[in-house]
Write a protein that binds this ligand. Structure first.
Ligand code: MRU
Length: 368
């Protein structure tokens, strides 16, 4: 799999997800403003990937600053963090990563050496990227057991290698299940309007040789009722304390249809996607994107000129539709208020490297 994003001496290198699958091109962001623009215009997208890109953008900004003292660097760093935070509001991983970079700044500032602070920030951004891959592999190990030994698994949007530093969350679960010998066939919702399912999920699973069939979003109910689907697995942009899940627009409809048809609905996400400060999904900010994304497909108008459209990028799936939440720290089951708090506490006890693969054996279950 081609890397989604990379730290290089010249800047942050991003696989341009606006161009896939037609063109495989990298965009080099030479300063933090270019990284912010790339997050906003979805050159890089997906909650964990946005977080990693923002961390790298923050490190890039600090490295390019000419500030000679830690105090001067701090002033500039605050502006850099604010610019990166203002890109996309829903995925909490963005704010989690920027917060971690700020804490690294504070810890390194004790040295009193601006160069040492810069070096620490560059190292921290690279660490966040490496950890993300390990965390996704741990999510995959925990989640693989939940998928059927053979059959169809439906997914919505792209929660794959492209949405992370590598391996993926929902697609990581599918990859791990396939690696464990399960015969999985993926049904990928096209995911209007940005087509993450048709363009990105289908592309990356094809690279891996995992059988994939694309369906339009309005076919999901039909296949959940008739199509022998053994499970649904999706990613998340933010999960509230009660287990309500913000994910790509259309996820809610899939979850309701899954429950109606007795199909388990799993959410796979790192613990950095948990926002336990929010009691429910009602408080999660939903990004509203440019109307042109709905009005046009590849520059061709599909809505009459002058007609209004809505374009919320995410929706909220109430926790009652969620069968389990798969994290690197284990699998949470209802009631989520208790199980997610336990998982978060466990992940914090083990430190940021908890997904690093040192845990083996059965997935610790958030129940009981
Ligand atoms: O608008 P996007 O493409 O950034 O939205 C992505 C999603 O909704 C993903 O499902 C989510 O971020 C999880 S990615 C591992």
């Amino acid at each position: 799999m081609l890397p989604t994003l990379e730290w290089t001496d010249a800047g942050v290198r991003l696989l341009d997800q606006k161009l896939l699958p037609g063109r495989v091109e990298y965009r080099l962001c030479r300063d933090y403003r270019e990284v912010a623009a790339a997050i906003r215009d979805m050159t890089v997208r997906g909650a964990p990937a946005i977080g990693v890109a923002a961390a790298m953008g923050a490190a890039l900004g600090a490295r390019q600053s000419r500030a000679a003292t830690v105090a001067a660097l701090r002033g500039e760093f605050d502006e850099i963090l604010a610019a990166l935070a203002a890109t996309r509001p829903t995925a909490v991983n963005l704010f989690w990563a920027l917060d971690r970079m700020r804490r690294k700044f504070d810890a390194a500032a004790a040295s009193g050496d601006a160069e040492a602070v810069r070096a620490a920030l560059v190292a921290e951004a690279q660490r966040i990227a490496a950890e993300d891959i390990a965390i996704n592999q741990a999510i995959g190990r925990h989640g693989a057991a939940l998928l059927p030994a053979a059959g169809r698994v439906l997914t919505h949007c792209n929660a794959g290698a492209l949405a992370t530093a590598g391996f993926g969350t929902a697609l990581g679960v599918i990859r791990a299940a396939v690696a464990a010998g399960k015969r999985i066939e993926v049904l990928a919702d096209e995911t209007r309007p940005f087509l993450q399912g048709a363009r990105l999920t289908a592309w990356e699973l094809q690279q891996d040789g995992i059988p994939t069939t694309v369906i339009t979003d309005n076919m999901a109910g039909h296949f959940l009722r008739t199509g022998g689907i053994g499970a649904v697995v999706v990613g998340a942009d933010r999960i509230a304390a009660n287990g309500d899940v913000a994910n790509k627009i259309g996820t809610y409809a899939v979850a309701v249809l899954a429950k109606e048809n007795g199909v388990p609905f799993y959410v796979a996400a790192p613990t950095s996607t948990l926002d336990l400060s929010l009691p429910s999904g009602e408080q999660i900010p939903i990004e509203q994107r440019d109307a042109r994304e709905v009005k046009e497909i590849q520059g061709v108008a599909v809505v009459p000129e002058g007609v209004a459209v809505f374009n919320p990028a995410f929706d909220i799936t109430p926790h009652r539709y969620v069968s389990a939440i798969i994290t690197e720290a284990g699998v949470a089951r209802p009631p989520y208020a208790a199980s997610l708090a336990r998982l978060r506490a466990g992940a914090e006890d083990r430190g940021p490297r908890s997904g690093g693969g040192e845990r083996s054996g059965a997935a610790p279950d958030g129940r009981g």
